[in-house]
Design a protein around this ligand. Structure first.
Ligand SMILES: Nc1ncnc2c1ncn2[C@@H]1O[C@H](COP(=O)(O)OP(=O)(O)OP(=O)(O)O)[C@@H](O)[C@H]1O
Length: 222
């Protein structure tokens, strides 16, 4: 079995009439060290798929298994802990906290378990170095460029050495040069950490940087 297995994933949203079927029979498998870009037009269900993979949305039916664990079989707070430790999220908008420094923002995922440990602090500094922001470590998000803010979000997503990185349109708000930098950074770090990376995007340029590409078409991955 692959490290990430998605089998017959179906997701419906209730409406007043017939339910809206966004995903049907979506399937994929991925192993540690592999990356995949998923392309699809607006409304095709890319974010929905990513949220199901990231255990943020329960599928209507079907199965998601990360290293043999189906997160939807976990009850809170174990589910939240699973998400926090096994999965790293990068969104189109960086979702940084404006009042916190770069270092503090990267450490945010560790705060659920109390104050950051010295290992977590070291790892945060290492990751900030990897994304090229050591000289900005005390800056607040408002004092950074858009590309720099997204680099902080990349560092934050990796703080717990997640097995699976999920990126929702990670370069959507960036110009071409910054988009390429972020794409390269994501792929380099994913390889260095031997993690899996799934990105959903409209951008063919970003998708072409990935080892594998699929499209969402009528609720299926083709
Ligand atoms: N919570 C919800 N309740 C009802 N319908 C929803 C919900 N979330 C998404 N949808 C619908 O499901 C469909 C897929 O949405 P989704 O956000 O996954 O698409 P997407 O491919 O990520 O689009 P975009 O590229 O525009 O972000 C859309 O028609 C959307 O309106």
């Amino acid at each position: 079995m692959a490290d990430l297995e998605v089998v017959s994933l179906r997701k419906e949203y209730p409406t007043r009439g017939e339910p809206l079927v966004v995903l049907k029979e979506a399937a994929l498998s991925l192993n540690a060290g592999e990356n995949l870009a998923i392309l699809g037009p607006s409304g095709s269900g890319k974010s929905t798929l990513l949220y199901c993979l990231g255990a943020l949305e329960a599928p209507t039916s079907g199965r998601v298994e990360l290293e043999g664990q189906n997160p939807f079989e976990l009850a809170e707070p174990k589910l939240a802990d699973f998400r926090n430790r096994q999965i790293g999220f990068i969104f189109q908008d960086h979702h940084l906290l404006p009042q916190l420094s770069v270092l503090e923002n990267v450490l945010v995922p560790t705060l659920a378990a109390g104050a950051a440990t010295s290992e977590e602090l070291e790892r945060a500094k290492y990751l900030i170095g990897r994304v090229g922001l050591t000289s900005r470590i005390s800056h607040r998000p408002a004092e950074l460029s858009g590309g720099e803010r997204q680099r902080v979000a990349v560092a934050r997503s990796l703080i717990h050495q997640p097995r699976l990185l999920l990126a929702d349109e990670p370069t959507g708000n960036l110009d071409r040069t910054n988009a390429e930098t972020i794409g390269r950074l994501l792929l380099d770090l994913q390889a260095a950490e031997n993690a899996m990376l799934v990105a959903v995007t409209h951008s063919l340029e970003l998708a072409e940087m990935f080892a594998e590409r699929r499209s969402l078409d009528d609720g299926r991955l083709v």
